[in-house]
Design a binder for this molecule. Structure first.
Ligand SMILES: NC(=O)c1ccc[n+]([C@@H]2O[C@H](COP(=O)([O-])OP(=O)(O)OC[C@H]3O[C@@H](n4cnc5c(N)ncnc54)[C@H](O)[C@@H]3O)[C@@H](O)[C@H]2O)c1
Length: 473
């Protein structure tokens, strides 16, 4: 009997050893770490940064291509601003924006043009409070840094920084100068995203465990590739793997998950497909030879998965050439409900969990399908964000991606005029932009996990929950 027991015991040990991964040569791996710059002595973080109220915000614009020129068009609709200076490589683009000022009966601005360094003179002026940057990606970081060093607040188009070195330099400059440094991420003001954020903040989805975001935009189908100055976007895609345009999908998701306001991004893994449609486009449309066209880095579809300190997950996608409908995904999955913007906009709940009594028949709703359009409309009205309550009508009239661009600009100026923290700080900029280089590192290392640094350097848990600031009546 004893022998049998020993035999059985030995068998159990043997089986356990066989199935245990450590006996199959599997080793646990630590994420790849990139350099984390220490905060220089005497320098403070800029969480919740406030600056003196600015009655009239005096602005200098750098970059008046597709995006910058439309910003100049929107600004005359915002109270409390003065457009002081305009800068672009091309004098005709500066002149076109001057005409916008003429049409709005505003004084013409000072002009900077004709040289790739003229923007520095704009930054050095002593009658500017805010430098608004809408150039190509590779100019952003150096322009932001120089503007802050000249004592200006900065707002910069997306992605505001492309490498970890640039990101750390921008964070350090913002901290050293104590200047606002906001990335111009418009999608966080979209009507669905902001309403959903409000619902999430009121507990409608329970605890949010998973979220998705994307930039899926067929820039071949939309004929966009040929319109960029000196082909900057194609050149960047040709040279770099990774999710190089993450912020539209990632920004709203980070806000809903309170990133660096009680949670933090810990690590990511990324994977991509081979590129096909852009190389083929380069052959067909630009007559490039096959070898050069296929010497192309950015994958047709790039997927990134992120895990947070509070054990949440985020899935991101980047695809700028597959023939498929535009999508930022924006999916929010909680313990009590679900929201999705693309491909079909909707909400799903277990009605029994829903504390709200104003929605007819709520207790009969099951999460297996979306709520009806009528119920969705009731919910979206009921949870309309205070920012939308104030600005929706005007935003839809002024426009800019359906109004969200106007809301973004309005909020930036509102916060500066009232001495409030801006809606997006330099750590948001860092977190949303670091995906570009870190996803590339993961892809180039067989999808190994890559650590995402805590750009607040120890303060990610000081604030609890993402909140917009308002003037207290
Ligand atoms: N938020 C959004 O929805 C959205 C939409 C489109 C583009 N963007 C972003 O906006 C930025 C600009 O994109 P775009 O489509 O307007 O590009 P664009 O090529 O149309 O415009 C860039 C402009 O910058 C100017 N420029 C370049 N170098 C300069 C320099 N040294 N000094 C002065 N001017 C300089 C160019 O002459 C050009 O007019 C990019 O970061 C892009 O990703 C954002």
């Amino acid at each position: 009997m004893k022998k049998k027991i020993y035999f059985l015991f030995a068998c159990v040990i043997l089986i356990a050893c066989t199935i245990s991964p450590q006996y199959k040569g599997v080793e646990s791996v630590s994420p790849i770490h990139t350099e984390v710059m220490e905060r220089p002595k005497g320098q403070n973080h800029v969480l919740g940064l406030i600056s003196l109220k600015i009655d009239t915000v005096r602005i200098g614009f750098i970059g008046l291509g597709g995006r910058g020129s439309s910003a100049v068009w929107r600004y005359p609709f915002i109270p409390g601003v003065k457009i002081v200076a305009l800068c672009d490589l091309h004098p005709d683009r500066v002149e076109n924006s001057q005409k916008v000022l003429d049409a709005a009966n505003l004084p013409r601005a000072a002009e900077y043009s004709g040289s790739k360094d003229a923007w520095r003179d704009l930054c050095e002026r002593d009658d500017i409070d805010l430098v608004y940057i809408a150039t190509d990606w590779e100019n952003h970081a150096k322009m932001m840094i120089y503007a802050m060093e000249q004592g200006k607040h900065v707002a910069c188009e997306v992605p505001a920084a492309m490498t970890m070195k640039e990101i750390w330099d921008v964070v350090n400059t913002a901290e050293r100068t104590q200047k606002h440094c906001m990335q111009l991420e418009n999608c966080v003001y979209d009507f669905f995203e902001l309403t959903t954020l409000n619902m999430a903040q009121q507990g409608v989805f329970g605890e949010i465990l998973h979220a998705e975001g994307a930039y899926i935009h067929d820039l071949i189908g939309s004929n966009d590739w040929e319109r960029y100055e000196s082909d900057w976007r194609m050149k960047y895609n040709k040279e770099y793997k990774g999710d190089i345009y993450p912020t539209h999908g990632f920004g709203p998701v980070c806000q809903v998950l309170n990133i660096h306001r009680g949670d933090k991004l810990n690590y990511l893994v990324a994977m991509d497909t081979k590129p096909v449609n852009i190389p083929d486009y380069l052959i067909e449309k630009r007559g490039m030879d096959r070898d050069s066209a296929y010497n192309f880095q950015n994958g047709q579809n790039t997927m990134t998965i992120i895990r947070t300190e509070k054990e949440k997950t985020i899935h991101l996608q980047h695809d700028v050439s597959s023939p498929r409908p535009y999508s930022r995904m924006y999916q929010v999955s909680g313990t009590k409900g679900f929201a999705q913007k693309y491909p079909i906009e909707g909400y799903a709940f277990d009605g029994k969990n829903f504390a709200d009594n104003n929605v007819p028949d709520m207790e009969n709703l099951t999460p297996h399908s979306f709520v009806s359009e009528d119920v969705k409309k009731i919910l979206m009205d009921q949870y309309k964000h205070p920012i939308h309550k104030e600005l929706e009508e005007q935003a839809k009239k002024v426009g800019g991606h359906g109004g969200m661009d106007f809301i973004m600009d309005y909020r930036l100026i509102y916060c500066l005029r009232n001495g409030l923290p801006l809606d997006m700080d330099v750590y948001d900029l860092a977190e949303w932009c670091c995906i570009a280089e870190l996803s590339r590192i993961s892809i180039e290392n067989n999808s190994m996990p890559v650590a995402i640094p805590d750009f607040t350097r120890g303060h990610w848990n000081d604030l609890q929950e993402y909140r917009h600031s308002f003037v207290q009546e």
